[in-house]
Design a protein around this ligand. Structure first.
Ligand code: HEM
Length: 118
């Protein structure tokens, strides 16, 4: 179970890199009003949802650590909003700037929740 948890956590970081990296490469274009939802954001958002939920299942089955349910609920809601935004605007060019900034800000917010809320 420990090895599965480690693999899932690594994939969770890969998904984070894809989502945040996809946003960061668009910052200049967003400033010029030409920003789009790139596939890296869509794949990253889905990876975060899937690996996050599997991490929860793995940790609960392992029975070693207590999960902070409120923290997980907040992360799930934030990730769900990100996923809705990337799917709604993935075929719109340009995508609204507010939607793209929200994707970036919510991703950073979820990192903050993950590391600062113990
Ligand atoms: C944009 C979405 C997300 C981001 C940016 C994100 C970010 C992170 C980060 C940076 C960590 C590492 C924290 C640490 O080890 O100190 C982490 C761990 C974790 N995340 Fe997420 N996360 C996201 C979505 C989710 C979702 C949707 C869930 C579950 C519903 C989830 C469940 C978890 C769990 C259970 C861990 C702890 C893993 C462990 O301790 O083994 N995450 N997340």
């Amino acid at each position: 179970m420990e090895i599965l948890r480690t693999i899932l956590l690594i994939l969770h970081f890969v998904g984070l890199a894809s989502l945040l990296g996809g946003f960061l490469v668009q910052v200049k274009a967003i400033g010029a009003g030409r920003g789009t939802v790139v596939p890296a954001m869509v794949h990253g958002a889905l990876t975060q949802l899937v690996t996050g939920l599997l991490l929860v299942a793995t940790i609960q089955m392992g029975d070693l650590d207590e999960l902070n349910n409120a923290k997980i609920a907040v992360k799930l809601v934030i990730a769900a909003v990100i996923t809705v935004l990337v799917f709604v605007y993935r075929k719109k060019a340009p995508a609204p700037s507010w939607a793209l900034w929200s994707i970036g800000a919510l991703t950073v917010a979820n990192i903050a929740v993950a590391v600062a809320w113990r």
